[in-house]
Design a protein around this ligand. Structure first.
Ligand SMILES: [Zn+2]
Length: 97
Protein backbone atom coordinates (compact mmCIF):
# COMPACT_ATOMS: atom_id res chain seq x y z
CA UNK A 1 0.00 0.00 0.00
CA UNK A 2 1.29 3.40 -0.93
CA UNK A 3 1.91 6.18 1.53
CA UNK A 4 -1.06 8.37 2.26
CA UNK A 5 -0.71 11.77 0.76
CA UNK A 6 -2.92 14.77 0.38
CA UNK A 7 -4.81 14.29 -2.87
CA UNK A 8 -4.27 17.12 -5.29
CA UNK A 9 -7.98 17.40 -6.12
CA UNK A 10 -9.16 17.57 -2.48
CA UNK A 11 -8.94 21.37 -2.05
CA UNK A 12 -10.78 21.94 -5.33
CA UNK A 13 -13.61 19.54 -4.49
CA UNK A 14 -13.76 20.72 -0.87
CA UNK A 15 -14.03 24.32 -2.03
CA UNK A 16 -17.11 23.30 -4.03
CA UNK A 17 -18.69 20.89 -1.51
CA UNK A 18 -17.34 21.92 1.90
CA UNK A 19 -14.89 20.08 4.11
CA UNK A 20 -17.15 17.18 5.01
CA UNK A 21 -17.43 13.64 3.76
CA UNK A 22 -20.09 13.57 1.05
CA UNK A 23 -21.54 10.38 2.53
CA UNK A 24 -21.19 10.39 6.33
CA UNK A 25 -20.70 14.18 6.77
CA UNK A 26 -17.68 13.80 9.07
CA UNK A 27 -15.16 16.66 8.90
CA UNK A 28 -12.26 16.05 6.56
CA UNK A 29 -8.83 17.17 7.79
CA UNK A 30 -7.32 20.04 5.84
CA UNK A 31 -3.75 19.72 4.69
CA UNK A 32 -2.34 22.04 7.34
CA UNK A 33 -4.15 20.07 10.07
CA UNK A 34 -2.58 16.76 9.11
CA UNK A 35 0.13 15.33 11.28
CA UNK A 36 3.16 13.81 9.55
CA UNK A 37 3.75 10.22 10.61
CA UNK A 38 5.63 7.16 9.47
CA UNK A 39 2.63 6.09 7.37
CA UNK A 40 2.58 9.46 5.60
CA UNK A 41 0.02 11.43 7.57
CA UNK A 42 -2.45 10.98 10.38
CA UNK A 43 -5.40 13.23 11.09
CA UNK A 44 -6.30 15.08 14.31
CA UNK A 45 -8.90 13.60 16.64
CA UNK A 46 -12.44 14.18 15.37
CA UNK A 47 -11.33 14.41 11.75
CA UNK A 48 -11.20 11.85 9.00
CA UNK A 49 -8.78 11.35 6.16
CA UNK A 50 -10.14 12.72 2.91
CA UNK A 51 -10.10 10.97 -0.43
CA UNK A 52 -11.59 11.70 -3.78
CA UNK A 53 -14.33 9.32 -4.79
CA UNK A 54 -15.30 8.87 -8.41
CA UNK A 55 -19.10 8.88 -8.66
CA UNK A 56 -18.74 6.76 -11.75
CA UNK A 57 -15.64 4.59 -11.26
CA UNK A 58 -12.95 4.86 -13.86
CA UNK A 59 -13.39 1.13 -14.48
CA UNK A 60 -16.99 1.88 -15.53
CA UNK A 61 -16.11 4.73 -17.85
CA UNK A 62 -16.08 7.60 -15.34
CA UNK A 63 -13.59 10.32 -16.08
CA UNK A 64 -11.25 12.55 -14.11
CA UNK A 65 -13.50 15.59 -14.25
CA UNK A 66 -14.63 17.68 -11.31
CA UNK A 67 -18.28 16.76 -11.92
CA UNK A 68 -17.38 13.12 -11.37
CA UNK A 69 -15.61 13.77 -8.05
CA UNK A 70 -17.00 13.90 -4.54
CA UNK A 71 -15.11 14.37 -1.30
CA UNK A 72 -15.28 11.16 0.72
CA UNK A 73 -13.55 9.98 3.86
CA UNK A 74 -11.31 6.94 3.44
CA UNK A 75 -13.78 4.79 5.44
CA UNK A 76 -16.71 5.52 3.14
CA UNK A 77 -14.57 5.27 0.07
CA UNK A 78 -13.32 1.83 1.02
CA UNK A 79 -16.84 0.70 2.02
CA UNK A 80 -18.20 1.88 -1.30
CA UNK A 81 -15.23 0.47 -3.18
CA UNK A 82 -16.56 -0.88 -6.46
CA UNK A 83 -19.36 -2.82 -4.77
CA UNK A 84 -21.90 0.00 -4.91
CA UNK A 85 -22.80 2.64 -7.40
CA UNK A 86 -22.81 6.24 -6.24
CA UNK A 87 -26.61 6.33 -5.85
CA UNK A 88 -26.79 2.97 -4.09
CA UNK A 89 -24.16 3.98 -1.61
CA UNK A 90 -25.60 7.42 -1.00
CA UNK A 91 -28.99 5.84 -0.28
CA UNK A 92 -27.32 3.27 1.97
CA UNK A 93 -25.71 6.08 3.97
CA UNK A 94 -29.06 7.82 4.37
CA UNK A 95 -28.25 10.76 2.15
CA UNK A 96 -30.86 12.48 0.04
CA UNK A 97 -30.39 11.53 -3.57
ZN1 LIG B 1 -17.46 9.24 5.22
Amino acid sequence: MSKKSFGKFIPTVAHRDGWNCHYCKKPIAKQHQMIPSEAGYTVPKGFVFGTIDHKIPRSKGGDNQLENFVLSCHVCNSKKSNKHTYLEFKTLMGGAV
